[in-house]
Design a protein around this ligand. Structure first.
Ligand code: FE2
Length: 185
């Protein structure tokens, strides 16, 4: 009887979605998680546009590579959305600008894509330190595998940028890289 009375008076905190939450997210960290979610969606839109650009130019290996990158980024965005839901938030999706579709060279695409990967890494590192400052261990645990896969993505893009730079806009060299990429995955 005493146990029942104690349970009925137990107060459980809920988030904006009404879901029970064990620990609220500090506002700086919440803003950062939302910004990062938008960044992943932007990266996905960018890679989708790039994949189409290559498909229009019969470079199917590059197109396939960027299509996969588009899916990967979308998956990352999903993970952040799922994490926000798990922490009792309602996920508000922000507007995205239209991706650039006017490229003058493959090297330009690779440079911009590498920079985008590096910006995503920086954003993750900032999120990580905000989570540490707020002693939000749930978030640091969530971010750990994301940081690891982001670093290997950065490495992959640095490699590809190096190969494309070396090709120096020579169609025959770009076709060799395209052939290699079509065999991947
Ligand atoms: Fe990503």
């Amino acid at each position: 009887m005493e146990l029942l009375t104690r349970h009925s008076s137990l107060k459980i905190s809920t988030g904006p979605s009404g879901r029970a939450i064990a620990e609220p997210i500090e506002s700086d960290l919440l803003d950062g998680l939302y910004q990062h979610l938008t960044m992943e969606r932007q990266a996905s839109a960018h890679y989708f546009a790039v994949s189409l650009w290559f498909a229009e130019r019969e470079l199917r290996g590059f197109s396939k590579f960027f299509r996969q990158e588009c899916l990967n980024e979308h998956e990352h965005a999903e993970k952040f959305a799922e994490y926000l839901i798990a922490r009792g938030q309602t996920v508000v999706l922000h507007d995205l600008p239209a991706p650039n579709q006017n490229w003058t060279s493959v090297e330009d695409i690779m440079k911009v894509s590498f920079q985008m990967e590096s910006d995503v890494t920086t954003s993750l590192q900032q999120l990580y330190s905000v989570a540490e400052r707020s002693s939000d261990v749930r978030t640091t645990v969530f971010l750990d595998p994301t940081v690891e896969s982001q670093l290997s993505s950065e490495d992959e893009f640095a490699y590809l940028l190096g190969r494309v730079k070396f090709a120096n806009n020579e169609p025959s060299a770009l076709l060799i890289i395209d052939g290699e990429l079509s065999k991947q995955v």
